[in-house]
Design a binder for this molecule. Structure first.
Ligand SMILES: [Mn+2]
Length: 336
């Protein structure tokens, strides 16, 4: 289904204009897309004379500190932490469900937002908020914000362009994932015309791995095991992080790297945390990563999804791998 978004983006602009204060929210475990989109929107708001607040439930990942206005980001346990007394709008970016944002958005207290705008590209977005724009055909929320600027004839400065470029290239795997479209490339081309230098951005975003992270990845790679001919999995224990002095953020993109293997179209990474296991799923074949994640209470996109299980590592592996094997068995029986 093709959703016609242009009018919604104009409506969002009109509503934003009526507020003097904006609270921009990024999702839990913030990634390049939610942060890059927020940085670009925050810059636009600030330049338009708005009072800008920017925050999220988790701390700001150090690797994205180059993003403009990152110094304004505040870690929030509740929207009311900021005690914003004036009328304000909350814009939630790249966040599929309200519980991945910041608690308190739905409250009706004196420091609650008057309007909640939900801008996202996750197909399983739960449609929360008063003004909703969900476009699963966009590679990234950054691509949607780029369209928002373009459709509303907003001038994109070099710094805004760098933030949007960050959002787009991190979510489309440098234009390599199935979500990459003609529009993704058009957006990137336009951002380059606004001053983005691709080689410099690549260096800022991707050429920054620490030796600790490299050692951690090495452990995951050395354990990589096939589930069947087309699926592969690996895992990391809490000890691995301690022994390599890597941290949880160092697992970003690791699971996608497992898909580089020949003839592999599904990859799973299990990361043990205190009392739970975080599971990242990636697919470039016919099995939906999101379908598997949803069985275990998670979500995401068809090619990239995740879930968290409150159990030990071995049990988590057992349950998730069994589900994947079942899916492949059913598919193979149907099609071959
Ligand atoms: Mn995204």
């Amino acid at each position: 289904m093709k959703i016609h978004n242009e009018n919604v983006l104009k409506k969002i602009y009109d509503h934003l204009e009526t507020f003097g204060s904006w609270l921009i929210l990024s999702h839990l475990k913030p990634d390049g897309d939610t942060l890059g989109s927020a940085s670009a929107l925050a810059q636009f708001g600030r330049d338009a004379g708005k009072r800008i607040y920017w925050g999220g439930a988790d701390s700001f990942p150090p690797s994205y500190l180059y993003l403009p206005l990152s110094e304004d980001y505040v870690r929030l346990s509740n929207v009311s932490d900021l005690e914003i007394k004036e009328r304000y709008v909350a814009v939630v970016l790249d966040t599929s469900t309200i519980d991945r944002a910041v608690p308190g958005l739905n409250s009706k207290g004196p420091v609650s937002p008057q309007l909640v705008i939900n801008i996202d590209h996750h197909g399983d977005n739960s449609q929360y908020g008063h003004l909703i724009h969900v476009d699963p055909e966009s590679s990234s929320t950054g691509e949607i914000i780029w369209r928002f600027f373009r459709d509303n004839k907003i001038f994109i400065t070099k710094h805004m362009a760098e933030a949007l470029y960050t959002a787009i290239i991190t979510d489309c795997g440098k234009f390599s994932y199935a979500n990459t479209s003609e529009t993704t490339h058009l957006a990137a081309a336009h951002l380059i015309s606004c001053g983005v230098e691709p080689a410099r951005m690549n260096q800022l975003i991707f050429q920054k791995q620490s030796l600790s992270a490299l050692n951690l990845w090495g452990r995951a790679f050395s354990r990589a095991t096939r589930i069947n001919e087309r699926c592969i999995f690996s895992w990391l224990r809490i000890d691995d992080f301690q022994e390599t002095t890597a941290d949880q953020a160092d697992t970003e993109n690791l699971v996608s790297r497992l898909l580089f293997l020949k003839n592999i179209d599904f990859a799973v990474l299990f990361v043990q945390e205190e009392e739970q296991v975080r599971i990242s799923l990636r697919s470039c074949g016919k099995i939906s990563a999101r379908d598997i994640a949803q069985i275990f209470g998670g979500g995401g996109h068809i090619p990239a999804a995740g879930c968290t299980l409150k159990m030990d590592l071995e049990m988590a592996k057992y349950h998730v791998l069994e589900e994947i094997s079942k899916r492949y068995a059913v598919r193979d029986n149907c099609t071959e």
